[in-house]
Design a protein around this ligand. Structure first.
Ligand SMILES: [Zn+2]
Length: 407
């Protein structure tokens, strides 16, 4: 086949598979309408995807106009992914999932991520590899043979050469991807956790309308992801979006980064929890103390909102202040990027409207007027407990060419 025709065909196969994944299920007439391809071309391409078992026929759509159109769905059990969530404040979670992130098995293990005297880079990397290997070895042999990729989310910078940089963990360009692929011979994909979540959120956006999107994550650290013309902007060194250390208060407290008054100090969820713990230690929050009496180490954002709703004024003030700083940061972001849409994620805005409402009010007060007339701001759809769906979606995006065009 002529190379340019072959290329066009591969592109169309990918487009069809991607549309079916994003929409859940589609009929052939839907696909022809959405892609602009002729019904005959859609029939041929879907026939090929059906033969490869990339898609399957499921039920029929009654259009009310006589003949019912068969619905096509992505075959989520075409293969399996191993998804790993490395998070400094939680145990490492490792999941076996189908290709859409449906969890089949999961395991948690404490892995010390920080490189210290008795946790060298070599020890850390081999610990991560051993954990993944043992998890894979424990799976049923039929499933094990169908594991087609590993995906890892990490709150760190993933450099353009896919090494990892994190001053917090003292990781200085660790080649984790290459090490895992060498040891396990399974394609491995790594990305910063905020980007993984943001890529997932883009599935719910009408990209013909919202081309310029800013996604802001408040947990585990603060990260911003910028889509310009629907493309993720990584920057020259892949560090675009490290907004957590933007100064919001020149007189603020010192941050671990060496700066003062950083955004993350006021709105990063782990910092807010630290401030709440200080309130408990200083006996200033009897209601919150009561709520977390049995396990103060498990204090989370949900417990803070519970205390606030029960009348804890100190916690209320802490959350209100977080909302105001968030609004200030959002105004800066809007003035810098003038996005079509802003998406904010994190339990801090997902568990209650208090912080979110304060932030939107503050943002509208501060944003450059002409822009304030039309800012679409919304809460992210992904719950923190559903991170595996986002990791699987990220791996699938990376592998879709291979999956759609495989022999
Ligand atoms: Zn900082």
């Amino acid at each position: 086949m002529n190379p340019s025709i072959l290329n066009e065909k591969l592109n169309n196969l990918r487009t069809i598979a991607e549309l079916i994944i994003r929409k859940g299920s589609l009929s052939r007439p839907d696909l022809a309408r959405l892609t602009g391809l002729s019904p005959a071309t859609v029939t041929n391409l879907t026939k090929e995807l059906l033969k490869k078992r990339v898609i399957v026929e499921k039920g029929k759509l009654d259009s009310g106009l006589g003949r019912k159109a068969k619905l096509l769905e992505f075959n989520s059990r075409y293969g399996y992914f191993v998804n790993v969530n490395l998070d400094p404040s939680l145990p490492t979670s490792i999941y076996l999932s189908d290709l859409l992130g449906g969890v089949i098995e999961k395991e948690k293990k404490y892995i010390t991520l920080k490189i210290i005297a008795d946790n060298s880079e070599e020890a850390l990397v081999s610990n991560i590899i051993d954990t993944i290997k043992k998890f894979i070895d424990s799976q049923d042999s039929v499933i094990r043979k169908k594991i087609i990729a590993i995906g890892i989310s990490i709150p760190a910078v993933v450099n353009l050469d896919e090494t990892i940089y994190s001053p917090l963990f003292k990781w200085y360009n660790i080649p984790l991807k290459a090490s895992i692929e060498n040891a396990l011979s399974i394609p491995t994909f790594l990305e910063n956790i905020a980007r993984i979540k943001a890529i997932y959120e883009m599935n719910f956006i009408d990209r013909t309308v919202d081309k310029n999107v800013i996604y802001l994550a408040l947990s585990p650290g603060i990260g911003m992801v910028n889509f310009y013309d629907s493309k993720l902007i990584k920057g020259k060194h892949s560090i675009a979006g490290e907004i957590g250390h933007m100064s919001l208060n020149i007189l603020g407290e010192e941050c671990y980064c060496g700066n003062k008054g950083c955004f993350e100090l006021y709105c990063g969820e782990s910092n807010i929890i630290k401030s709440a713990m200080a309130l408990i230690t200083e006996n200033q929050s009897p209601i919150l103390s009561d709520i977390v009496r049995n396990s103060p180490e498990d204090i989370d954002i949900k417990a803070l909102f519970q205390a606030q709703q029960m009348g804890d004024m100190k916690v209320h003030k802490l959350l209100e202040e977080a909302g105001k700083y968030l609004g200030l940061a959002l105004a800066n972001v809007v003035n810098c990027f003038d996005p079509d849409r802003l998406i904010v994620s994190g339990d801090l805005i997902g568990e209650s409207n208090l912080v979110y409402d304060c932030a939107v009010e503050e943002m509208r007060k501060r944003v450059f007027d002409i822009l304030s007339r039309n800012i679409d701001i919304e809460k992210a759809r992904l719950k923190s407990s559903d991170i595996v769906k986002a990791i699987a979606n990220f791996i699938l995006g990376k592998m879709l060419d291979d999956i759609a065009t495989t022999k």
